[in-house]
Design a protein. Sequence first.
Length: 216
Amino acid sequence: MNRIAFRPEDSDDAIVYIVDDDESTRVSLCSLFRSVGLQAYAFETTVRFMAANRPEVPSCLLLDVRLRGESGLTFQQQAAELEILMPIIFMTGHGDIAMTVSAMKAGALDFFAKPFRDQDVLDAVAAAVSKDAERLKKVTSERKVRESYDQLTPREKEVITFVISGLLNKQIAARMNVSEITAKIHRGAAMKKMDARSVADLVRKAQLLGVAPAEP
């Protein structure tokens, strides 16, 4: 069987989690994913999955719809509430259209009825891992912006609100009741700490942080 080639940037540390109460399914899927270079960890229940250490790397969850004593669809809702944001791929031996619609509406990436082709699942996991890698890049970027903003002094935070509102240094100086040179120094320091290459870049980062422009 020809299997897809996972991109190195997505698969070096990627993890596939499997929650299924059927041991043979867990063993088979772990073997399949490890054969293409992915880490795979399987659990009999969602409780054990939740108790496991889950490093912040590109990941996805293969989740059985009908688990012993619990519902995969219910756990999907709980995962969203707990901000477990990795993509979910459902699998079931008793699937129906209603289940598929409910899962997809709630954000599932894909849905497979057992038995399924290995290649189809590999394709779905490749897409899921890639999607989660993009999400994590965004999370990392946002975190860096927040950390940079937290390093600003109160004056530098104030000057940012004036810069993103489009004021010139002279106007900023008047609003802050300081000299134009002082305003320029605060502005330069803030731009440097925020690693803002331009005013447009600073505006984008301020929007990301929810920093509003100063009133006209």
